[in-house]
Each structure stands twice: as structure tokens, then as C-alpha cells.
Design a binder for this molecule. Structure first.
Ligand SMILES: Nc1ncnc2c1ncn2[C@@H]1O[C@H](COP(=O)(O)OP(=O)(O)O)[C@@H](O)[C@H]1O
Ligand SMILES: [Mg+2]
Length: 264
């Protein structure tokens, strides 16, 4: 479970560039819930995920994960609790290492030791099996360097890597935005499967109103650093893409075109 209370983030405090990115967020997410996060550019979505991951330390307020106050805990310290996949397929893995080496590093996430001891044959077989499960044929390329793969292939492996080590929370920050529609769909179905299998408490930022309603069990909209909309259950089932778009228009003013909302 994630409990966030009175969360404020102010960047560049006391400088001319001072910016309040988060403005008193209160939110409780039950164990295993899958929350989709929408909001226009600059709403505070990435900053919010950053406070959960540990790379943004809040100005005030509290972040509690599984009854542990992690507000000021560094990213590395909470790595065994929180896994992440970014928008940029290059951000989640190391291009000059092989697929297998990347998986070994991911499996060691949050543990004291890194790559050593050398990959045992049983470990190799386990990784190969996981990768074969993607049905992308990558199990035959385990010794290939990651940089040889397409963005979609890397993103699929990033998801596998995020779920290799045990964790409680999965943070996805527009992780399909850089992919073509077919691959984005594939990655979304993989996301759905891995989240369910691993019972992860998940936050997924998306620009697509359709994705926001089709995936997960709860949707929140951030605006100016606070939660403006929070729907689940029947209320969410009764909500259509056009309702979300209307809410967007209402908070943003009318000067926003449909393309910017990725309605499809
Ligand atoms: N490291 C930072 N330093 C200063 N300002 C930042 C920093 N990160 C984000 N911001 C500002 O905080 C606001 C929220 O940003 P962000 O969380 O990235 O929004 P979103 O992900 O919803 O587009 C924006 O105005 C952004 O310019
Ligand atoms: Mg962002």
C-alpha cells in the first residue's frame, strides 16, 4: 500500500525560477491497485512518480510504502520496493551490455552485490525462459548487446527487468509514448499481464485518455500539482474518453486541440 499525505514539492525555492510542482497531494493506493495518471504537460506527473521512487525529495509531506516512511529515503535504498520504466527505451537498460547481463543486473536490484558471482547455467536458463515468454524471438539473442534492439524490444525487456527482482510498486512514466501503435499495444498487454502476475501496486502515466480508462482500476488526473479527479469502480466504468477530454478542456481552457489529447 502507498500512502501519500500533504505532499509538496517546490523546485528552486527562493530563486526567481521557484516552481511549486506538487501542491498538497493526498492519496492512498491499496496493495495491488493499478492507477492510471493523466494530466497536461507540467501538471506534476513525473515529479509525483519521482517522490515515490526517491529521486525527488519532497519539500514537505510524507510518502509511506507498506507502512514504512520512505519520504527521505534515497532511490537506491528503496530500489527493492520500487521498480520503474521510463518513456525513453534507452533509459531502462545498458546498451553496451548483453540482454543476459542486463537481466542479471536487474535481478540484483536492491541487493548488495552486483553482477558477481558469474551467471550460473540455471540462472541463464531462467532468464532465457522469461525472455521466451515475450514471444519476440529474443531468447535466441541473449548474448546480443542491448543497443542492437529496437525501442519496442528494449521496452519489453525493461518491463521484464522491472519485474525480475521482487518489488511492491511499479512506476510507468509514459512507457509506450515513444513506440509505434502496434508495439505500444503489445507493451500495454504485457504490462497488464505482468502487473496481474506480480500483484504490483502500479502507477502508469499516460497521455492517452483511451489507455487511461482501458487499463487499471482507477484513474487520477493531476493539475497544477494536485489531484483534480479521482475515479474508480462504477463511476469510472461510466466515464468515457469524451468525458475526460471535456474535463481537460475545462481545466485547461478551450485552447487545446484534440491531437494533443491522443483521443484514439
Ligand atoms: N528538476 C526540476 N527543476 C525545476 N523545475 C522542475 C524540475 N522538474 C520539474 N520541474 C517543473 O515542475 C513542473 C512539473 O513538472 P513534471 O512533473 O515534469 O510535469 P509532467 O510530468 O506532468 O509533465 C513543471 O513546471 C516543470 O517545469
Ligand atoms: Mg512527465
Amino acid at each position: 500500500m502507498i500512502e501519500v499525505s500533504n505532499l509538496d514539492v517546490i523546485f528552486g525555492r527562493g530563486t526567481p525560477l521557484e516552481k511549486q510542482a506538487l501542491n498538497g497531494i493526498n492519496l492512498t493506493m491499496q496493495q495491488g491497485s493499478f492507477v492510471t495518471v493523466i494530466g497536461s504537460n507540467g501538471a506534476g506527473k513525473s515529479t509525483f512518480l519521482g517522490t515515490l521512487a526517491g529521486d525527488v525529495i519532497p519539500t514537505s509531506g510524507k510518502v509511506v510504502i507498506n507502512n514504512k516512511d520512505v519520504t527521505r529515503q534515497a532511490t537506491a535504498e528503496r530500489a527493492k520496493l520500487v521498480a520503474r520504466v521510463f518513456q525513453d527505451p534507452l533509459a531502462g537498460s545498458c546498451g553496451t551490455l548483453t540482454i543476459e547481463e542486463n537481466l542479471a543486473l536487474a535481478a540484483a536490484r536492491g541487493k548488495k552485490r552486483g553482477l558477481s558471482p558469474a551467471l550460473s547455467s540455471s540462472r541463464r536458463a531462467e532468464f532465457r525462459e522469461r525472455v521466451a515468454g515475450l514471444k519476440l524471438g529474443l531468447e535466441n539473442r541473449m548474448q546480443d548487446r542491448m543497443e542492437l534492439l529496437s525501442g519496442g524490444q528494449r521496452q519489453a525487456l525493461s518491463l521484464v527487468m522491472a519485474t525480475l527482482a521482487e518489488s511492491e510498486v511499479l512506476l510507468l512514466d509514459e512507457h509506450t509514448a515513444a513506440l509505434d501503435p502496434g508495439m505500444a499495444e503489445f507493451i500495454m498487454e504485457l504490462t497488464r499481464k505482468l502487473v496481474a502476475e506480480n500483484k504490483l501496486t502500479t502507477l502508469m502515466v499516460t497521455h492517452s485518455m483511451r489507455q487511461a480508462l482501458d487499463y487499471g482500476d482507477r484513474t487520477i488526473m493531476l493539475h497544477a500539482g494536485d489531484v483534480l479527479l479521482d475515479v474508480q469502480g462504477d463511476q469510472r466504468k461510466n466515464l468515457g474518453v469524451e468525458d475526460l477530454v471535456k474535463m481537460f478542456r475545462d481545466v485547461r481552457g478551450q485552447n487545446i486541440d484534440d491531437d494533443a489529447l491522443l483521443i484514439g
